[in-house]
Design a protein around this ligand. Structure first.
Ligand SMILES: Nc1nc2c(ncn2[C@@H]2O[C@H](COP(=O)(O)OP(=O)(O)O)[C@@H](O)[C@H]2O)c(=O)[nH]1
Ligand SMILES: [Mg+2]
Length: 303
C-alpha cells in the first residue's frame, strides 16, 4: 500500500464522518445560511479540529460564498486547503545527529501506545537500512519489558533490558553505552507511562534524561510524546502539561484508525506549535507513518 493509501485507510472514520456531514449540509441548503454555517462549525468541532481551525475554515467558507456565491462553494476543498495551509510549517523529520547515535526518548501517559510506537519506529528506520536498538525503560511493569522483547524478536531488533523494578535511568545508561559501542544509528527508549500530575514520576523521567545527557552531549536528541488520538481534547491537555515538565521536541498521535475525531492532530499542532512527527494508524509495524500535512488534509477531505 502506498503512503497516501495508508493515510486514507487509517483516517477513514474521520473522513467518512466529516464528508458525510458536510455533504448533508450542502444538500439540505445549497445557499449558505446562518444555520448552515452553524452546522458546518458543529461538524468540524465534532471531528476535534479545535476552535481555532474551525473558525478559520468557517471564515474561509463565508468568504468564498461572498465572493463567488454558491457556485464556488466546495466545503470539502476549502476545509482541505485551510488545513493544509495551517499545517504546512510542521517539520516531521526526526533529528539525525551527524556522527553517532541519535537517542530518542518516547514518553507519555499509560496506554497511549509508547511501547508499540517504539517498536514501530525501530522498524521504520530499520527498513531504511539504519541500525537500530531498543531500550526497555518501563521497569514499572514486568509485562512491559516482555512486550518490548517480543517486538524485538518479531522485528529482529536487539532490546537492552534489565529486570522488573530496575532503575530506569541505569537501563537507559546501559542502552546508550551499547548503542555507542555498536555505532547504532538510532536508539529508541521506551519509558514507563506517567501522568504529568505525578511530580515524582516526572522527576524520574527528568533524571533519566539528565543521566544520558551527561553520557552523551545533546542526548536525548528527541523527546517524543505519544498521545492517544482517540482521547480527543484530553490529548491536547496532556501535551500542554507534559511539555512544561519535560521539554518535548515532537509528538506522535496514535490510534487515529479507531476514531472519527482525527482532527485532533490539527488542533494539537495549531495550539502547541510542536511538530507532529508520526501518526499511528493501526497495530501493525507498518502502521506508523511520518506525518505529511498535504496527505493528511487530503485523507480527511478528498472525495
Ligand atoms: N488501533 C491502534 N492501536 C494502537 C496504535 N498504537 C498502539 N495501539 C494499541 O494500543 C495498546 C496500548 O499500546 P502500548 O504500546 O502497550 O501502550 P503504552 O502503555 O503507552 O506502552 C496496544 O494494544 C496497542 O496495540 C494505533 O496506532 N492504532
Ligand atoms: Mg508500554
Amino acid at each position: 500500500m502506498g503512503l497516501f493509501a495508508k493515510f486514507k485507510a487509517g483516517l477513514a472514520k474521520t473522513h467518512a464522518k466529516l464528508t458525510h456531514e458536510l455533504k448533508r449540509i450542502v444538500t439540505r441548503s445549497p445557499k449558505l445560511t446562518a444555520e448552515s454555517l452553524e452546522e458546518i462549525e458543529h461538524a468540524l468541532i465534532a471531528a476535534d479540529l479545535g476552535i481555532a481551525m474551525t473558525t478559520q475554515i468557517v471564515a474561509a467558507v463565508k468568504l468564498a460564498y461572498e465572493t463567488q456565491g454558491t457556485a464556488g462553494l466546495d466545503y470539502l476543498a476549502i476545509a482541505r486547503a485551510e488545513i493544509e495551509k495551517s499545517l504546512s510549517s510542521n517539520q516531521p523529520d526526526l533529528i539525525k545527529v551527524a556522527h553517532g547515535t541519535t537517542i530518542v526518548s518516547i514518553v507519555g501517559v499509560n496506554g497511549t501506545g509508547k511501547t508499540t510506537t517504539s517498536a514501530k519506529l525501530a522498524h521504520y528506520f530499520q527498513a531504511q537500512q539504519k541500525s537500530v536498538l531498543l531500550a526497555a525503560c518501563d521497569t514499572f511493569r514486568a509485562a512491559a519489558i516482555e512486550q518490548l522483547k517480543l517486538w524485538g524478536k518479531r522485528l529482529e531488533v536487539d532490546v537492552i533490558a534489565s529486570g522488573y523494578g530496575a532503575d530506569a535511568a541505569s537501563v537507559a545508561h546501559d542502552a546508550v553505552t551499547a548503542a555507542l559501542a555498536r555505532k547504532a544509528d538510532y536508539l529508541f527508549i521506551d519509558t514507563a507511562g506517567r501522568l504529568h500530575t505525578k511530580h515524582n514520576l516526572m522527576q524520574e523521567l527528568q533524571k533519566l534524561h539528565r543521566v544520558i545527557g551527561k553520557q552523551l552531549a545533546g542526548a536525548p536528541h528527541e523527546v517524543l510524546l505519544v498521545l492517544d488520538g482517540s482521547t480527543g481534547m484530553n490529548a491536547l491537555n496532556q501535551a500542554r502539561e507534559f511539555h512544561k515538565a519535560v521539554p518535548l521536541t515532537g509528538l506522535i498521535v496514535t490510534k487515529l484508525d479507531g476514531t472519527s475525531k482525527g482532527g485532533i492532530v490539527v488542533a494539537i499542532q495549531k495550539e502547541l506549535g510542536l511538530p507532529i512527527k508520526f501518526i499511528g494508524l493501526g497495530e501493525q509495524p507498518d502502521d506508523l507513518q511520518p506525518f505529511d500535512a498535504k496527505q493528511f488534509a487530503a485523507a480527511l477531505f478528498e472525495e
